[in-house]
Design a protein around this ligand. Structure first.
Ligand code: WQD
Length: 328
């Protein structure tokens, strides 16, 4: 949101707050220095969506582009609760696309994921790679991409930029907003920051025997603010492009779990307790992006390195040990 506002866009934010806190809005307004238009509601509520589009048009500021981030994203949870994931991630997108069609809004930027790629292929993953998710979460993203591709074929006025995130980590440099997953974190970085702030006893490193630089899993970690700036570029690009355009958002470099732990230890100035344990089912050994498309089509490249991701992530977590739970 911050990057979009700083790029000069007016936003209407819709969120059902099922996995976020309204306190984020207060913090966002503090960062951007102005009130934000927020609607609490669910992307599956088509009547609400219609009112949002109509209200904007009646105010003489019709919505031109939709950025769709609303999705459940815990891989393990998607395996346990596939129907909830298909209903929310795919069903919610279909509601949104129907409301856009009714309101004649034709520009779409979609938050997709590197988990759509066929994991059997070697890195770097390229946008033209075959699609082959290995979990329901990845399938929800792949199915939405299919819907968007078919919509672009059916209507040459509709265009969709699909941003395939690799591994976003870090936080806004102010330390006011950052990642605050509910419950026990599934992902490496929030677990690491919670160990450092004393909420977890130690990090379990899932696997030390992968065929990688040091035996631990390798991923393409990308600073969340670089990712945000990539969205601002995508909104500008979708305004004057046609069709279905998948674009990787990553750094183009792989970092192992242990390399990330060492970078984080440099950021906080002390060691973090960890134990190397067995592999996590479904994990890849390696995943990192080919980022040539992002550079060529969006004029975007990640600017921040792993050390800055760790410094910014720690600034958020150390200032908010309980996340937004006790935030003012
Ligand atoms: C990274 C590495 C783990 C936790 C996820 C999901 C999805 C997607 C991208 C948006 C792996 C290791 C992890 C831990 C560990 N988001 N690890 N101990 O699995 O690459 O992808 O993020 O699309 O959320 O697909 O991310 O952070 O879970 O794992 O050793 O406690 O860290 O084995 O090598 P992943 P991750």
């Amino acid at each position: 949101m911050v990057a979009l506002i700083e790029a000069g866009y007016d936003l209407v934010i819709l969120d059902n707050l099922s996995n976020s806190s309204r306190k984020v809005l207060t913090r966002l307004e503090k960062i951007v220095g102005k009130p934000l238009e927020f609607v609490q509601g669910d992307v599956r509520d088509e009547a609400l969506l219609g009112r949002i589009f109509q209200d904007a048009a009646h105010r003489g500021k019709p919505l031109s582009t939709v950025l769709h981030f609303a999705a459940l994203k815990a891989v393990g949870e998607s395996v346990r609760e596939p129907l909830r994931y298909y209903d929310n991630n795919v069903g919610g997108t279909l509601s949104l696309l129907r409301a856009m069609q009714t309101a004649n809004v034709k520009k779409f930027v979609f938050s997709s994921s590197a988990t759509v790629y066929d994991a059997n292929l070697t890195c770097p993953f390229q946008e033209g790679n075959p699609i082959g998710p290995i979990n329901p979460y990845g399938w929800t993203k792949a199915m939405v991409e299919r819907v968007l591709c078919d919509m672009c074929t059916a209507n040459d006025q509709f265009s969709a930029i699909v941003l395939r995130y690799f591994n976003p980590i870090g936080a806004h440099s102010s330390g006011l907003i950052g990642e605050d997953p509910s419950g026990i974190p599934n992902n490496l970085f929030p677990f690491l920051t919670q160990v450092a702030v004393g909420r977890r006893t130690h990090l379990s490193v899932y696997g030390g025997d992968y065929p990688t630089v040091d035996g631990t899993g390798v991923r393409d970690y990308v600073h969340v603010m670089d990712l945000a700036e990539g969205h601002a570029k995508a909104v500008a690009h979708v305004a004057d492009t046609k069709g279905f355009v998948p674009i990787n958002l990553g750094t183009g470099h792989g970092t192992s779990v242990l390399q990330l732990v060492r970078a984080f230890e440099r950021a906080i100035g002390r060691t973090v307790p960890f134990r190397i344990e067995g592999r996590r089912p479904g994990d890849l050994a390696e995943s990192w992006a080919d980022v040539a498309h992002a550079s060529k089509l969006l004029g975007w490249a990640a600017k921040r390195d792993v050390d800055q991701m760790c410094q910014d992530g720690w600034r958020w977590q150390s200032a908010n040990p309980e996340g937004y739970g006790q935030a003012g």
